[in-house]
Design a protein around this ligand. Sequence first.
Ligand SMILES: [Fe+2]
Ligand SMILES: [Fe+2]
Length: 200
Amino acid sequence: MAESGTLHDAFIDELRDTYDAERQLTKALTKLAKKATNPDLREAFESHLEETKGQIDRLEQVFGSLEEKVRGKHCDGIAGIIEEGKSIMEEDFDEVTMDACLIAAGQRAEHYEMAAYGTLVAWARALGHEEAADLLQETLDEEKAADEKLTEIAEAGINQSAADAANPGDEEEEEEEEEEKMAMAGAGAKKGKAKAARRR
Ligand SMILES: [Fe+2]
Ligand SMILES: [Fe+2]
């Protein structure tokens, strides 16, 4: 009977998967940055692209610390997420709506990475690979920060602008409501005066 795999084998496998995911993401982040209209968003994608290149180097250091060959293994999960992002980019949306969608696509990728690195850190610690664990933790922190940055950018105006573009009638309606209220208040004031006059 063949010897069954251990957590160490699963750990190396997960590292290879993540190494491949990061390499796929460098291409995807380049596309996201090009497609973004909001300058803060473009900047966030570009700076995370640079960070991602550093994460690839860091993974190579992790392989080195374990005396393992640097090797990737096709990551189907991130490929699917990137594929979804590509189809969103082909949609016919106005600029701000597209930006909101690019953030959604980017955050899917960051959460996938956070799950992967969370597992890698935990397994590295459990297996006693402290150097690897520290390196992987650094990347996990970067992925979390990248995700938070995207939330900040979305909440700083992109989501609201996209929502306003989706409901262009809302502002008019609000104005009409305001006018109606003013008219009613005016009528109320007149009624009040009339009552006061009658009382006299
Ligand atoms: Fe990454
Ligand atoms: Fe990332």
